[in-house]
Write a protein that binds this ligand. Structure first.
Ligand SMILES: NC(=O)C1=CN([C@@H]2O[C@H](COP(=O)(O)OP(=O)(O)OC[C@H]3O[C@@H](n4cnc5c(N)ncnc54)[C@H](O)[C@@H]3O)[C@@H](O)[C@H]2O)C=CC1
Ligand SMILES: O=C(O)C(=O)Cc1ccc(O)cc1
Length: 300
């Protein structure tokens, strides 16, 4: 592993999981941590997640070879500006943001003299905060690395090696392509869950609390996703606006097709559609990718 000292900025679900995974899989690596919240720093300290935890971001990154920003997407630029004065010239800066093109631009602007290699571990849960993390979060899951054209190859290779050492499988793609793919596989499913749970809750008056009482598997699974962190997801939708709106446009068109089929009593249309989607689920499982696919029922 190319990095002897790793600094993590943001010690919530993802930052704390990275710290835990390093402690377990790379015990020779020194980990320093910082979080803007004193409460989070206190909990992270009690949990023994890092070798040192500092209230000062500059001190946290002072000796680091790799700095990982694990803050909400909308806070990435601030966090990058705050660490700037402390960075070693050779330090590599990365992040874990769920959207990439906007974050990549913001980090490149904030740290023009440093090597920035954005990344996204496609692994998480609906929980947040330092106590919610766990060391096996990244095992067997994808981490997508989105280097800018011309990024130094040795830095990209080192970052890939880091994520593989934490148990992840790594793919490389352009930031804009990442944002289109994730809009379909992650961002739109979250938006749908937020919508359906909100709608059901508004209908509570009509259904006299029966929505909660009879919430069967499907609805309960949506409530898990809709319990995801409000600040994190607010930022994802604002940052990946174009790709999400393009995907939503297609989704609305398809929803209208199904709406029409129900209204017209078009049994064939409905059965054909559902047969096709069942085949997609089955082929994902056959490829052994069910863990990598967005699965509303996944437990960990
Ligand atoms: N939650 C998930 O399932 C996944 C999240 N991500 C991405 O990882 C990042 C972190 O998400 P989580 O760990 O889930 O969030 P979290 O809410 O658990 O942790 C974020 C932490 O960042 C801290 N923070 C905010 N602004 C800061 C700043 N300027 N400087 C230092 N600390 C700051 C907060 O106090 C908080 O402790 C986000 O960009 C998110 O999009 C990526 C993969 C999965
Ligand atoms: O909890 C779930 O089902 C998730 O989908 C977790 C998740 C959330 C955000 C990401 O960028 C990646 C994974």
């Amino acid at each position: 592993m190319a990095f002897a000292r790793v600094a993590i900025i943001g010690l919530g679900l993802i930052g704390s999981s990275i710290a835990r995974a390093i402690k377990e899989r790379l015990p020779q690596v020194t980990v320093t941590g910082h979080d803007a919240s004193a409460e989070v720093r206190g909990i992270a300290g009690e949990l023994g997640l890092c070798d040192t935890i500092a209230g000062d971001p500059v001190a946290t990154v002072a000796d680091a070879d790799l700095v990982i920003l694990a803050v909400p997407v909308g806070r990435m630029a601030d966090a990058a500006v705050a660490i700037g004065p402390g960075l070693k010239p050779a330090a590599i800066i990365s992040d874990v943001g769920s959207s990439k093109a906007g974050v990549a631009d913001a980090l490149a602007k904030a740290l023009p003299d440093h090597v920035v290699i954005p990344a996204h571990p496609v692994a998480g849960t609906e929980n947040s905060g330092p106590a919610a993390g766990f060391s096996t979060l990244f095992e067997g899951r994808w981490c997508i690395v989105t280097p800018a054209a011309g990024a130094p190859e040795d830095a990209v290779t080192a970052l890939i090696g880091f994520w593989q050492a934490l148990g992840a499988k790594v793919d490389i793609m352009g930031a804009a392509h990442h944002d289109m793919v994730l809009a379909v596989t992650s961002h739109l499913p979250h938006l749908i869950a937020y919508t359906i749970v909100g709608t059901a809750s508004e209908l509570e008056e009509v259904t006299e609390s029966e929505v909660i009482k009879y919430s069967a598997g499907g609805f309960r699974d949506f409530t898990r996703i809709a319990a995801s962190d409000p600040v994190m997801w607010r930022d994802v939708f604002l940052a990946n606006k174009d790709a999400v709106l393009a995907t939503l446009q297609r989704f609305n068109e398809d929803l209208t097709v199904l709406q029409q089929a129900i209204r017209r009593g078009d049994a064939d249309k409905l059965e054909d559609w559902f047969t096709r989607t069942r085949a997609i689920r089955r082929s994902i499982i056959e490829q052994g990718q069910d863990d990598a696919a967005p699965d509303f029922g996944r437990k960990h």
